[in-house]
Design a protein around this ligand. Structure first.
Ligand SMILES: Nc1ncnc2c1ncn2[C@@H]1O[C@H](COP(=O)(O)OP(=O)(O)O)[C@@H](O)[C@H]1O
Ligand SMILES: [Mg+2]
Length: 594
């Protein structure tokens, strides 16, 4: 066995307009006409198409040949101009020869080199049908770029030889080229070196594919206008172990150094070392009770002047009721609408007993002033006592009582009590590792409750805050549109408070569930940045329902190694390598990972 045997195709059969190479069907389209004007990086649209190969040859032409050729052409045009009777056509001919004349004088003045430019597009497919449809697709794409390409009939073999460097010159090469000056040709080439070097307080994320460093400022919009970079929200996606948490830690570290406030929901308890290093708060919420309690009934003061016109208390309380309904749905996904409505009424009654209604000034309230679930339960019990007859309403109330009972009994350490935590630092980590092992519904309800509280901590406009949520797919399930909507609201409202989000997930599919796709899309649409690390095929398909991905990107995402990513940064997108040094990895601690 020698190398020739290894690399030679198993078979090769040429037909009029296509050929079979090993087990693939292939054809080569030759470009025969180009647009009048092109913009830089013109061919990059074509090279990003999957399943095609582009071969370009350029052969230098002496200036004398070209000028002779063009002089002849001009002479012909002038001749036709004389003979033409139609004035419109005559005018077109005049324009053509004038542009040729100015072209020649431009060439002579700038001394550009002229090349005979030849371009072929090879398309391969697994079957003949696939080849036909692919060919139609490529052709129409090329037409939209104002080029025309055809297979050279009965010349497939010569064309193939022409594009493989080991063969001598083929005679077709004398017939197919288009003379193009070097500067136009340079603009054609698909290599656009785009990189990100943001001004301001940036993070060194890694390098782009050409080796240039990437300096990324998540809060760029605060100092500079750039297309589609209008907020500081980022979504990080990738399978387990692809490096999502590592890139998030790089960002959090530099945000902390830049004096932003950092708030993280940490399902793997992996930020302990960092929190210690930065003298932050590492709050363990898994054990409940005296270790750390967040009261689901505590009110978050998220409003703005616009909404406050309806009354500040009104907006705040309405929003609180929405989140409490969402909470109930996480805790009990099968809960029916009538119970949810009744729950909302019972909560309003309970709040009222504590002096809270739609006119309350919540700024004067402390954690101790809010009711807890025990009080909601008491309201239910009281109502049941007063309902002596067996009515439909009593029936619903009884079912609500059954739902709430466990919250004040066996689950009271998680849900029933005043908020006891008081984070002091600018680096706050909610460790919910223990919670992640709890029963799914309880886990989801707790996760949501903590998110709500964490969001409440980001509302100080005077500092930049980063709210980071790992394993965010837990919050998005098809059953709970209210919960997904809360996350979408955070995305929408964050900018108002000078807050940026980092939402990390390994399951884009959860965001496309029919029950919540509207919210899923909103969550993605309201992010200016995506870092897409390695993903499996199905996940890539799902992700492409949420953000635009071209075929080429889809193919490469499936093959990314750890630390490799597609970085969508506003309107720019590029392949990057996330680089974390040994020291950085060490300072991130031992937690997390695979
Ligand atoms: N860019 C990187 N450079 C070097 N090591 C990395 C990089 N990304 C991840 N790792 C290593 O892989 C481990 C798992 O990565 P992690 O970010 O926790 O993955 P994920 O959060 O996607 O599951 C990390 O603990 C780290 O040691
Ligand atoms: Mg992780």
């Amino acid at each position: 066995m020698n190398i020739k045997n290894q690399i030679a195709p198993k078979g090769l059969e040429f037909k009029a307009n296509e050929f079979i190479i090993s087990d693939k069907y292939a054809t080569i389209l030759t470009v025969v006409s180009y647009p009048k004007f092109i913009s830089p990086g013109f061919l990059s649209n074509l090279t990003s198409m999957a399943g095609i190969k582009l071969v370009i040859k350029h052969i230098p032409l002496p200036f004398s040949t070209i000028s002779k050729m063009m002089n002849k052409e001009i002479a012909e045009l002038k001749q036709r101009y004389q003979e033409e009777n139609d004035v419109t056509i005559q005018e077109r001919i005049r324009q053509d020869y004038e542009s040729l004349e100015s072209f020649i004088s431009m060439l002579a003045a700038s001394q550009s080199h002229i090349y005979d430019f030849q371009m072929h597009i090879m398309i391969t497919a697994d079957s003949q049908d696939q080849l036909i449809s692919k060919k139609i697709q490529v052709k129409s794409y090329i037409e939209s770029m104002e080029m025309r390409a055809v297979p050279l009939s009965f010349e497939m073999e010569k064309v193939l030889k022409s594009i493989i460097p080991i063969f001598p010159k083929q005679d077709i090469e004398d017939r197919i080229g288009t003379p193009i000056p070097s500067n136009t040709m340079a603009a054609m080439y698909p290599f656009i070196f785009d990189s990100i070097k943001d001004p301001g307080l940036s993070t060194l994320l890694g390098v782009d594919f050409s080796g240039g460093v990437i300096l990324f400022n998540q809060f760029l919009y605060q100092i500079k206008k750039e297309h589609n970079r209008v907020n500081a929200n980022m979504i990080i996606l990738g399978t387990s172990g692809s490096g999502k948490s590592t890139v998030a830690k790089l960002l959090l570290r530099s945000h902390f150094r830049n004096d932003s406030q950092v708030i993280m929901i940490d399902p793997e308890g992996e930020l302990e070392d960092m929190a210690r290093l930065y003298q932050g708060d590492f709050i363990d919420l898994g054990k409940g009770g005296e270790f750390g309690m967040i009261n689901p009934l505590e009110v978050i003061l998220d409003t703005d002047e616009e909404e406050a016109k309806n009354g500040l208390g009104y907006t705040v309380l309405t929003r609180t009721l929405q989140t409490l309904k969402a909470f109930l749905k996480y805790y009990s996904p099968d809960v029916t609408d009538d119970i949810v409505t009744l729950f909302s009424e019972v909560v309003i009654d309970t709040y009222r007993r504590f002096g809270i209604d739609f006119n309350t000034d919540f700024t004067k309230f402390n954690s101790q002033d809010y009711p807890t679930f025990k009080d909601v339960y008491a309201t239910i019990k009281g109502k049941l006592l007063s309902m002596t007859e067996k009515t439909h309403e009593r029936d619903i109330m009884e079912r609500l009582e059954l739902k709430i009972r466990p919250i004040v009994k066996e689950l009271k350490y998680y849900f029933d009590g005043h908020t006891t935590i008081q984070p002091q630092s600018k680096f706050v980590v909610f460790n919910i590792r223990e919670i992640m092992n709890a029963d799914e519904n309880i886990r989801n309800a707790l996760f949501f409750n903590i998110l709500k509280y964490a969001w409440g901590m980001t509302l100080n406009r005077n500092v930049n805050t980063i709210l980071c949520v790992d394993e965010a797919h837990v919050l998005v399930n098809g059953n709970n549109a209210l919960g997904a909507d809360f996350l979408a609201q955070i995305q929408r409202r964050a900018r108002k408070y000078n807050t940026g989000t980092i939402i990390i997930t390994q399951q884009p599919s959860d965001f496309t569930d029919p029950g919540i796709i509207t919210q899923g899309k909103a969550i993605f649409d309201n992010a200016s940045y995506y870092i897409v690390m390695g993903l499996k095929k199905q996940a890539v398909e799902d992700l492409s329902k949420l953000i635009d991905l071209n075929d080429n990107e889809k193919e490469s995402i499936k093959r990314y190694n750890q630390g490799e990513a597609l970085f969508v940064c506003g309107s720019r997108r590029m392949r990057i390598n996330i680089i974390a040094t040994e020291q950085e990895l060490e300072s991130f601690g031992s937690g997390g990972g695979l």
